[in-house]
Structures are given as structure tokens and as C-alpha cells.
Design a protein around this ligand. Structure first.
Ligand code: FAD
Length: 335
């Protein structure tokens, strides 16, 4: 069995958004460094359509412990075409010969990881929230099951590379390395395969500033907010705390907000430091997307609401009274 005492060669897929590194890429780099710590090597692959916008991303990866940052530029990678990106990771893997490939468990990572694992005939563990090392030196990966109600611990069988995805916001980012240990940045030759599906354009929703899946603070509203206007106090609280607004499917279905805000089994999975659930009952499908948050505060006028069973702090009362009071108090303390 490959274990942590063997010298891992780790390859990190450096996911970017608008040319900027996503934080989860640095969290993936942190795990890669841990797995390779006993004399292994850490590589990163940075893929895109043109390099200028990504030079800062490459420099940051090199400064945080990627020994070699492989930059792949190809017009086929200008937009997120899964086949092309999976092939780019494959090209980097062919150059590096990794024993483990690490991606973020994002929409992009979830699309790519199974493709890469299948192409390399590699084992795959998705949605990793923790990695530990046994006394025998094996790496054991923890992932949540059944909407976070249980956890399983898995390790890989011998003989093939590993592909893992790490849940965003859950693991520390890679530390900076001393100046003399910074990695190098190198162009990697790549020819995109013929694509069966091409992406013509990607339309982005114009939205608030903080990305929900990477927010440290989320203020989420449910059907209890009663209308689109009912989200205004939640937005004020989120903005005071530098956070993002999320929602239950109940609120989305009722037309109070956009589906891009939906958190849960069929929405986004989030793990912020602070999750404030306002007027959300706590259905299992909602808990699936937020129960791993570090601290959960629930505001609900029904003391029997299931959300209180996962909450660290529960406030029984009317959200329209409580949320503005919280905003005022935080504004006072943060002024
Ligand atoms: P409700 O269950 O109606 O709860 C509203 C809550 O607001 C109540 O607890 C009430 O006491 C409280 N309230 C009302 N007024 C106030 C007030 N003034 N102040 C304080 N509290 C107040 N749901 C998701 O969220 N995400 C998913 O991804 C998701 N996926 C699903 C997938 C499937 C296959 C299915 C079947 C369901 C899914 N659901 C999902 C739906 C889920 O089962 C629930 O229906 C939904 O989460 C309920 O939303 P809610 O809590 O906002 O609404």
C-alpha cells in the first residue's frame, strides 16, 4: 500500500476563477504538501487560455510550496471545457508521474476528478474533510456521509495513483515557504484532444461580492423570510460581517431569491466559520449542505424546529426582530 512514509509525488490542480486562484487550490496544496512531506515532491498544474492573468496565481503557488508550477496555455482551455481540462491534468500527470492528484471539491473539481481518475485508472475519494496518518504510516481520508450524519474513513488499495477532492473551507491553506525554497514556474507543452463538446460562452450571474462556497460567514434565509424584501435584513447582517447570503430551497422555490443561493443536497455545500440560519426549519436536505459549518446559529420562532438539533447557538424568536438587533450590535462592536 502506498503510505505517507513513502515519497509521494503530489499534483495539485490549481483551480482559478477569473484568472485568480481559488482559496481551495491553496487548501489542496496544503494537503499535497502534507502527503509529500517525507521527501516527496509537490507539483501544481495551472491551466487556461492565456498566461498573463495567471502569472500572479503561478507565483503564489510557487511561494506556497509547489516545487514546480506547470502552466498550460491553450485556446481550448480559455473557457471551462471539462474534456480539455481533464486532458490538461492528464498531460501534467504524464509529465510528473504523481502518486496522488488533489483537486478542490467544487463544481469544477467534481466534474474533473472522476474523468481524471478513470483516464488514469486511479482510485478516487471525493469530498475529503480530513486526512490523518495511522501508526503504520498509512494516509486515511475522512469524508461525510448521509448528509453529514456519519463519517467514513477510507484509504487506497495499492497499485494505482490516487485522486482526491478536498471540501472547500475545511482545511488550512499551504503556508508560505522560505524565499530560497520557492518553486519554479514552467510551461508545459499540451495539445488539446478533439473535443466532443465545446463551450461557446459562459454567462455569469451578476451577484454580490463574496463567493458563497468560500465565504467565512453565511447568513441564510428560509421560507420564514416571507418575501424577496424579507432578505434585506439578512443582507445587512451579512454585509456587516463581510459574509455572503445563502438560502434554503424553500426560499428559492417560493421565489424569494435566486437558486444560485441554494444550500443543501441539491444546492451548494458550504463550510463557513459561522452559519446563521434565519427562518429555516432544518430539513435533512438543507443540513446536507451546511451541517459541517464551524459554528451554527439558528434563529427560528418554533422551538421544536429541527435546525436547533445541529445549532451551537439557538435563538427562539422572530427573525425580523432578532436579525436587525444582531446587525446593530455587530456594527457597534466592529466600528
Ligand atoms: P420551511 O420548512 O417551511 O421552514 C420555515 C421555517 O421558518 C419554519 O421552521 C418556521 O418556524 C420558521 N419561521 C417562519 N417565520 C419565522 C420568523 N418570522 N422568524 C423566525 N422563524 C420563522 N432544501 C434545501 O434547503 N436545500 C436543498 O438542497 C434541498 N434539496 C432537496 C432535494 C430533494 C430531493 C427534496 C425532496 C427536498 C430538498 N429540499 C432542499 C427541500 C427540503 O426538504 C425542505 O423542504 C426545505 O429545506 C424547507 O425550506 P425552509 O426550511 O426554508 O422552509
Amino acid at each position: 500500500m502506498l503510505n505517507s512514509t513513502q515519497n509521494h509525488t503530489a499534483l495539485v490542480f490549481a483551480e482559478c476563477s477569473d484568472g485568480k486562484l481559488r482559496r481551495v487550490a491553496l487548501e489542496a496544496l496544503g494537503i499535497a504538501r502534507r502527503l509529500a512531506q517525507d521527501g516527496g515532491a509537490v507539483h501544481a498544474v495551472l491551466a487556461g487560455g492565456e498566461s498573463a492573468a495567471r502569472s500572479a496565481a503561478a507565483a503564489e503557488l510557487a511561494a506556497r510550496g509547489a516545487g514546480v508550477v506547470h502552466v498550460i496555455d491553450d485556446p481550448a482551455l480559455a473557457l471551462f471545457a471539462p474534456e480539455a481540462y481533464a486532458a490538461a491534468i492528464g498531460a501534467a500527470a504524464a509529465a510528473v508521474g504523481p502518486s496522488v492528484i488533489v483537486l478542490g471539491h467544487t463544481a469544477v473539481g467534481r466534474e474533473l476528478a472522476p474523468r481524471v481518475a478513470a483516464a488514469l485508472r486511479a482510485g478516487h475519494i471525493a469530498d475529503v474533510t480530513a486526512v490523518e496518518t495511522t501508526d503504520g504510516g498509512d494516509a486515511v481520508f475522512t469524508r461525510p456521509l448521509y448528509a453529514g450524519k456519519a463519517f467514513e474513513r477510507r484509504r487506497f488499495l495499492p497499485g494505482s495513483p490516487w485522486v482526491i477532492t478536498v471540501r472547500p473551507n475545511n482545511l488550512p491553506i499551504a503556508d508560505l515557504v522560505p524565499e530560497d525554497r520557492k518553486g519554479i514556474i514552467a510551461a508545459l507543452p499540451f495539445t488539446a484532444p478533439p473535443l466532443r463538446a465545446t463551450i461557446r460562452s459562459i454567462a455569469r450571474k451578476v451577484g454580490g461580492g463574496v463567493d458563497l462556497s468560500e465565504a467565512d460567514v453565511i447568513v441564510a434565509g428560509g421560507r420564514g423570510v416571507r418575501s424577496a424584501a424579507g432578505f434585506a435584513p439578512l443582507e445587512a447582517l451579512a454585509s456587516t460581517l463581510g459574509g455572503a447570503v445563502g438560502a434554503s430551497r424553500g426560499a428559492c422555490d417560493a421565489g424569494y431569491c435566486d437558486y444560485s443561493l441554494q444550500i443543501g443536497q441539491t444546492g451548494k455545500t458550504v463550510t463557513p466559520k459561522l452559519y446563521i440560519a434565519c427562518g429555516i426549519s432544518g430539513a435533512i436536505q438543507h443540513l446536507a449542505g451546511m451541517s459541517q459549518s464551524r459554528v451554527i446559529v439558528a434563529i427560528n420562532k418554533d422551538p421544536e424546529a429541527p435546525i436547533f438539533s445541529v445549532a451551537d447557538y439557538g435563538i427562539v424568536g422572530d427573525l425580523f426582530e432578532i436579525v436587525p438587533l444582531l446587525t446593530k450590535r455587530f456594527q457597534h462592536f466592529l466600528a
